[in-house]
Design a protein around this ligand. Structure first.
Ligand SMILES: Cc1cc2nc3c(=O)[nH]c(=O)nc-3n(C[C@H](O)[C@H](O)[C@H](O)COP(=O)(O)OP(=O)(O)OC[C@H]3O[C@@H](n4cnc5c(N)ncnc54)[C@H](O)[C@@H]3O)c2cc1C
Length: 518
């Protein structure tokens, strides 16, 4: 007698041509081995007699980052028997341990320190403010640990099991988990690979994690460096540049492309570079790094500037922030029909690979941005599809981008250039935060909101924000893009006063030349 997971009934073993039929808890459409049904209509499959027993799940998820743990919780909520396999002894992945969360803790501390430094402007006298770096690092670790435990709690609440070990795809419906030389086989109806990404290195520049650091090792520096070179001006590079600039480090950014935050609208890049220069962050764009020499004092980076002139620059520390590569090696994908492109996995609109029943989610997916919230939604789509419930495709143009440098950047949809290249008759509006009273109260009225729309119906195509609370007021931008709203809907919506958010109303109105506050 064997039990069937979804109906929890005890079913009779059926012996068929030398095989034992086991009940299987997945919908018919996704089963790799359709052969039998249990009394409740759940699909069963067969296992050759005498084969050793293996654990059986509806869904097995390799990786517990935001893509994996959110997928697991939703799978649990949908009643699927779910297992997460994680190589590390803790849950949460890059985002929780070395990405989104620890960096935002440091950014918050940097922001508080900026307020202390500018206390005079706010009418306070705070002499002798000192940074206690070990205490800041300890608070960061405490927050990370608390949230990792929070994921464990949510797993228990939703009956999600997890196992530490290296997960590997073996064949349809089967993965192995390896730990301390022991290998276990797991059977699952749907398999999700959510193995994430790691920092790319530059050829010939190997991080030693003491002087040449990555996003991971920079979080463990025992002291704040006096000087720091950041190679790469994408989201990770500009975030760390902001953090250390606030803490008093002399920061230089070296970027190969002609502008900082190159995926953003061009005007946003110009504004950020202007603002960074004002804060004392040196930015060199269009330059090529030739090599790095280490010495007792730190590093010397040799590079060619944008005019091709050779330069050298010394610093105590060097951060490599030149992008992230997918961690798909040694995950068994070569044994599947999944299509890979330089390690990135191609999927359909439900995150399913070319191997039926095998899904890929998060930073390893080809053509989607490497963002935690994108990974979360992709995971939800994948397990909802496995559960046989209606779901929607992830639309790249509806994924918000949040860059937490100072000033913050929030954007969604098409840039002005992309909209023109897509053939739209484009109409643009722009509202500067200098006209927003709450921004003035906060002492942060640099930056603007830019709205890209199509001329005829005023459909909003993209919104690009740089300035105070940009990553928060981005919520309205995401809603209007998702609901396919138009300029006139949005400029007639009442925004609360005084808020930074109300600048959105002025920005929409500026497309029609009807803004009030500038
Ligand atoms: C410095 C930094 C700051 C960031 N800030 C933000 C931010 O503010 N907002 C945002 O949206 N995004 C941010 N990101 C990006 C975000 O962290 C990633 O997009 C997100 O973590 C991707 O989620 P994931 O689940 O795909 O992978 P990961 O979070 O990388 O998780 C993958 C997990 O899989 C495990 N794993 C890998 N291979 C195996 C295996 N074979 N077996 C078992 N386990 C395995 C890993 O140990 C890991 O736990 C930041 C990234 C960095 C580096």
């Amino acid at each position: 007698m064997l039990s069937c997971y979804p109906c929890e009934a005890v079913a009779t073993m059926a012996v068929l041509q030398g095989q034992v039929a086991l009940h299987w808890a997945i919908p018919f459409a996704v089963s790799p081995l359709p052969e039998l049904f249990c009394a409740s209509g759940h699909l069963s499959f067969s296992v050759p007699e005498g084969r050793r027993r293996v654990a059986k799940y509806d869904v097995a998820i390799i990786g517990s980052g935001p893509g994996g743990y959110v997928a697991a919780i939703r799978a649990g909520e949908l009643g699927l028997k779910t297992l997460v396999v994680e190589k590390d002894p803790f849950l949460g992945g890059t985002c929780l341990h070395v990405g989104c969360i620890p960096t935002k803790v440091l950014l918050h501390h940097a922001d508080v320190y900026d307020h202390f430094k500018n206390a005079g402007e706010l009418g306070f006298e705070i002499p002798g403010v000192k940074i206690n770096w070990p205490n800041i690092l300890a608070r960061k670790s405490k927050i990370v640990t608390k949230h990792a435990k929070g994921i464990e709690f949510l797993f228990k609440k939703n009956k999600v099991e997890w196992k530490q070990g290296w997960g590997r795809y073996e064949r349809p419906g089967k993965i192995t988990v390896e730990k301390d030389g022991k290998k276990e086989t797991i059977e699952a109806g749907g398999i999700l690979i959510v193995s994430g990404s790691e920092a790319k290195a530059l050829p010939g520049i190997e991080p030693d994690h003491k002087t040449i650091v990555t996003n991971r090792s920079i979080l463990e520096l025992p002291e704040i460096p006096k000087t720091l070179i950041v190679i790469g001006a994408g989201a990770v590079g500009v975030e760390f540049a902001s953090i250390y600039n606030s803490f008093g480090t002399q920061v230089t950014i070296l970027e190969a492309l002609p502008r900082v935050v190159p995926v953003e609208d061009e005007e946003i890049s110009v504004e950020l570079e202007k603002s960074f220069k004002k804060k004392g962050i040196t930015v060199q764009t269009g330059c090529t790094v030739d090599g790095v020499k280490k010495d007792a004092k730190g590093v010397t980076v040799s590079f060619k500037d944008k005019d091709g002139k050779p330069q050298t620059l010394p610093a105590e520390k060097l951060l490599l922030a030149v992008g992230r590569m997918p961690m798909t090696a040694n995950c068994g994908l070569e044994k599947s029909k999944a299509r890979l492109d330089r390690g990135f996995v191609h999927v359909n609109e439900f995150m399913e690979t070319d191997e039926p029943g095998l899904y890929a989610v998060g930073d390893i997916v080809a053509g989607l941005p490497q963002l935690a919230h994108a990974a979360m939604m992709e995971g939800i789509v994948a397990v909802t599809h496995i559960a046989g419930k209606p779901t929607h495709a992830v639309n790249k143009l509806r994924i918000p981008n949040a860059t937490y440098c100072e000033p913050q950047i929030g954007s969604i949809g098409m840039t002005e250039k992309q909209a023109r290249e897509a053939g739209y008759a484009v109409k643009v509006g722009k509202f500067p935060f200098v006209g927003n009273s709450k921004a003035t109260i906060l002492g942060a009225h640099g930056g603007f909101i830019k709205v890209v729309s199509e001329e005829k119906y005023g459909q909003v195509l993209g919104i690009h924000i740089i300035g105070p609370l940009a990553t928060e007021i981005l919520s309205e931008a995401a809603a209007v893009l998702n609901l396919e709203g138009c300029i006139d809907d949005m400029m007639n919506m009442i925004h609360a006063h005084p808020t930074v958010w109300e600048a959105m109303g002025d920005a929409f109105a500026s497309v029609r030349g009807l803004q009030i506050n500038v």
